[in-house]
Design a protein around this ligand. Structure first.
Ligand code: TYM
Length: 337
């Protein structure tokens, strides 16, 4: 019997990049092989916490779904759906927001980063974002959540909110979801600055490798990636403060399903001029097929939409009884336990 239920999602904002792939998507594909029920959503409700162009949102949503499938998520084995097509996410969010202390939201580093200096002008949605994320997970009673390292704090809050609900209403109603932060690519850094995270919002496109980059662009970005003049170390312990060197080696390891130590065994002592072309070849060999498959899928949005509709229906069939139980626990009229 399947005991694990996996839930994760990505925002349909701009392109996916190598960090999204190595920190999350690649692991989702692997988890599919396990004895687990997998639900992967495109979190469009999260995307609109910062203004989105309505004309583009639909297309970006399809692009993310296409990327999931192109990377290896099989719609026959996993449920792929769009967050806004399951209204229970928003319903549960409201219920959970009544049990979330603002003091905890004030400590969320992602809000502080995104709101910047002008937090007073940030939207309520951006502030409440982690409560919606908790609802995304708990509305399915998911047990495990595969994400990159930057989502760790949000996952802790989701556990905290689940525990509050359980304490107030029914012990063990929600499983406390565990984060799965796996592999060597849990925190892929910018190619221009090894101390800041690779991100969609970095002004420099050279800082990241996008899913939509062609082979030449990938090779160029790796060639131009910031490094230092020294050869690669032989041992992990000797990276010291060489953040860029560590990042490139970790990317290689994650792409090739190796450990950093294995990669250093091969490339330790070598110059970047040797290592960078090898990394570029590896990145192209892994990303190019995904890119082509994505384009194929996007050329037939009818089929993609059918997959998302079926996924939405499946997700709703799980979420709806759980929502009913939550309302019943809370004493709402019209909902029986
Ligand atoms: P998002 O859309 O920013 O990122 C999607 C996934 O990619 C991971 N990631 C990275 N991993 C390694 N290195 C990086 N540089 C890097 N950048 C991004 C993220 O950790 C994430 O796993 N709040 C989430 C979306 C979300 C969600 C959820 C996730 C909404 N509801 C419920 C899990 C469960 C986010 O903004 O991800």
């Amino acid at each position: 019997m399947t005991t694990k239920r996996i839930l994760s999602g990505m925002q349909p904002t701009n392109n996916l990049h190598l960090g999204n792939y190595l920190g999350a998507l690649k692991n989702w594909v692997k988890i599919q092989e396990e004895d687990a029920e997998c639900l992967y959503c495109v979190v469009d409700l999260h995307a609109v916490t910062v203004p989105q162009d309505p004309a583009k949102l639909k297309q970006s949503t399809r692009e993310i779904a296409a990327a999931y499938i192109a990377a290896g998520i099989d719609p026959k084995r996993s449920t792929i759906f769009v967050q806004s097509s399951v209204p229970e996410h928003s319903q549960l969010m409201w219920a959970l927001s009544t049990m979330t202390q603002v003091g905890k939201l004030n400590r969320m580093t992602q809000f502080k980063d995104k709101a910047g200096k002008n937090a007073e002008k940030a939207g309520l949605g951006l502030y409440a974002y982690p409560v919606l994320m908790a609802a995304d997970i708990l509305i399915y009673k998911a047990t495990h959540v595969p994400v990159g390292d930057d989502q760790r704090q949000h996952l802790e809050l989701a556990r905290d909110i689940a525990a509050t609900f359980n304490h107030r209403f029914e012990d063990d109603f929600f499983p406390l979801p565990e984060s799965l932060i796996l592999g060597e690519g849990t925190r892929v850094m910018s190619l221009r600055d090894g101390t800041s995270k690779m991100s969609k919002s970095d002004a420099s496109d050279l800082s990241r490798i996008n899913f939509t980059d062609d082979a030449d662009t990938i090779a160029k970005k790796i060639r131009k990636a910031k490094t230092d003049p020294d050869p690669l170390p032989n041992d992990e312990k000797d990276f010291g403060d060489r953040a860029e060197a560590r990042n490139l080696i970790s990317i290689y390891a994650a792409l090739n399903d190796q450990s950093v130590a294995d990669v250093l065994e091969e490339y330790g002592g070598q110059e970047f001029s040797k290592f960078k072309p090898a990394l570029a070849d590896l990145a192209v060999s892994k990303l190019d097929p995904i890119n082509s498959r994505m384009n194929e899928l996007l050329s037939d949005v009818g089929e993609l939409d059918r997959i998302l509709e079926a996924g939405g229906a499946k997700a709703r069939s799980i979420a709806s009884p759980i929502m009913n139980d939550v309302y019943a626990q809370m004493g709402f009229w019209g909902h029986a336990k």
